[in-house]
Write a protein that binds this ligand. Structure first.
Ligand code: FDA
Length: 311
């Protein structure tokens, strides 16, 4: 119930305005968001790399409703990638970027797909210039076909372009099979949007079982699986399946969100695993933060307490 309410609130512009203008302490947002601008993002990235982690950076924003805004987001990625290159953080893909296609135009009516495709090409070109990679985030199920088709098209030129697949979607095991070929980079997560029952598994157990089935496909495939989860059971299963598939450390990676289970991130890295931290930055933190709260009541309590104590 709380999860559904928070996910609905994530889409509501009225609630967004209320929360964004509430006297939330900087610290609350800062726990999950690296800062507002590219300099802070680059500086947080440098710190994480120095600790033996790797990073993917997300310029916060989604559901862009006009072309100018979509271009502004694309340009923000250009600035970020240049900054990462100048700071020498991109070698071996140590710091890469994640892109939400709705932020670069996918939601702009009948031309949305084409605009997002062009912007994806341009961001990949900028990433190639500084020697790093891009991963396409996955949003609600109405965008899955468009996102996967953009992935296929852009991969013809930039084969390292990665994508996110969401285990809660019933279609995803099949998508994992399609994307388990050589060079394919797939970030497997459980899924964070409110989806209808016909397209998505509803119970935690079903989603977890789907996650394991998808992981099996990716681990047995020839691509590069990226297991995006904080779930201790899934993390153990990743290790077991990698051993079963005789995959050495570095032929797959763990991924977690900035500010979530930081101790576990470092523990895995100390054991020689490749661990990538998903680091969001920017002003539009609302939708992202609401999804984090929907995932875990403890995050919601932390946020509410801060609102009350400040309000
Ligand atoms: P889940 O939320 O099911 O929790 C399982 C267990 O993990 C908990 O019981 C607890 O033990 C542990 N745990 C979880 N959160 C914790 C916390 N805060 N502190 C301590 N323990 C905790 N989604 C999407 O739809 N599209 C996308 O593109 C992406 N991209 C993405 C990238 C990366 C790198 C990550 C890690 C995640 C995403 N997601 C996403 C979000 C994803 O779909 C999912 O909502 C969250 O990762 C939560 O699912 P988990 O697998 O982490 O565990």
């Amino acid at each position: 119930m709380l999860r559904q309410a928070l996910l609905l609130a994530a889409k509501s512009s009225q609630v967004r305005q209320l929360v964004e203008t509430a006297p939330v302490s900087r610290g609350v947002v800062r726990r999950f968001v690296a800062g507002t601008g590219p300099q802070e993002a680059v500086s947080v990235t440098a710190g994480l790399l120095a600790e033996g982690l790797t990073v993917t950076l997300d310029h916060l924003g989604e559901d862009t409703t006009d072309l100018t805004a979509a271009r502004t987001v694309r340009d923000a990625y250009f600035v970020l990638l240049r900054g990462l290159g100048e700071a020498d953080l991109t070698g071996d893909g140590r710091a890469e970027v994640s892109v939400k296609l709705s932020a670069v135009g996918q939601a702009l009516g009948k031309d949305g797909h084409k605009i997002a495709l062009e912007h994806a090409y341009e961001i990949c070109a900028a990433a190639a210039e500084v020697g790093t990679t891009v991963t396409l985030d996955m949003e609600d199920h109405t965008t899955t076909n468009s996102t996967l088709s953009i992935l296929t098209e852009v991969r013809a030129e930039y084969p390292w372009l990665g994508a996110v697949l969401q285990a809660y979607l019933r279609r995803t095991e099949g998508d994992c099979r399609d994307l388990s070929g050589p060079g394919s980079r797939v970030r497997l997560c459980k899924g964070a949007y409110a989806e209808p029952e016909p397209v998505a598994f509803a119970s935690t157990g079903e989603v977890d079982r789907s996650y394991v089935r998808c992981l099996k496909v990716l681990m047995a495939g020839q691509g590069y699986p990226m297991a995006a989860t904080h779930d201790p059971r899934m993390i153990d299963i990743v290790g077991a399946l990698a051993a079963q598939a005789r995959r050495p450390q570095g032929s797959y990676e763990f991924q977690m969100l900035y500010g979530i289970r930081p101790v576990e991130q470092r523990r895995l890295a100390e054991q020689g695993e490749k661990v990538r931290v998903y680091v969001p930055y920017g002003l539009q933190w609302y939708g992202y933060l609401m999804r984090r709260m929907a995932e875990r009541p403890a995050n919601t309590m932390f946020f509410m307490r801060s609102l009350i104590s400040r309000g």
